[in-house]
Design a protein. Structure first.
Length: 211
């Protein structure tokens, strides 16, 4: 990556609606480079083009329903960073979105592409009416955690040793970002009472947090 690309004019954010051969190849290039360096983005081995093409197709199909989307950052017209958001299934968690596969090509580090992608995804979730965004990050990925914190995310929980990479175990750090709520929404939180509630010492109506 040339050093003279550190300027706003060289970077363009796009929301592709379909994947042509160029987009597929450029996204695979970024994914392969990140995984090859051990990036924690869901693949332990460099995925084939067939696998990354299938992932792209799934994301773009969801984008067509307004329940997700793919953001890509182009530098000199080539994709150098990407990330996606997905809404929860319709129902009790349909207003919760998750960020996934946020990454930048190693050669493009220092351009602030990761923060651009995250900010764009947050804006898209807000426009889509989402009320909270979640994400998961490996506990040793301190750089990513710092990036998300800079974008306003906070840690809500840590599942110890939940990520296995061969004989190594890593924590799964879960983070969230609250978004503006619709008018008329009432926050009940974890207070007693309400649908599905039960008092301590009484028989619970359900052992699950959601239906």
């Amino acid at each position: 990556m040339r050093n003279d690309l550190h300027n706003d004019a060289a970077v363009r954010l796009d929301w592709p609606a379909q994947a042509d051969e160029q987009l597929r190849g450029e996204c695979h290039r970024v994914i392969a480079a990140v995984v090859e360096l051990g990036g924690a983005i869901g693949w332990l081995q460099v995925p084939s083009r067939e696998k990354t093409d299938a992932w792209l197709d799934t994301i773009l199909q969801t984008a067509g329903t307004g329940r997700g989307g793919l953001a890509v950052a182009r530098v000199d017209s080539r994709v150098e960073a990407l990330g996606a958001w997905l809404a929860g299934p319709p129902g009790p968690v349909g207003h919760v979105a998750e960020l996934t596969k946020v990454m930048a090509h190693p050669d493009a580090r220092g351009l602030g592409l990761g923060k651009r992608i995250v900010s764009a995804l947050v804006d898209a979730c807000t426009e889509a009416g989402m009320e909270v965004i979640t994400l998961g990050v490996r506990g040793n990925n301190h750089g990513a955690i710092a990036l998300y914190e800079a974008c306003g995310f906070r840690t809500w929980g840590v599942l110890p040793n939940a990520v296995a990479v061969d004989a190594l175990r890593f924590d799964d750090v879960r983070m969230f970002l609250p978004l503006p709520l619709p008018a008329g929404v009432r926050i009940h939180g974890s207070a007693a009472g309400g649908p599905g509630g039960s008092g301590r010492g009484s028989s619970p109506t359900s052992h699950h947090k959601r239906d």
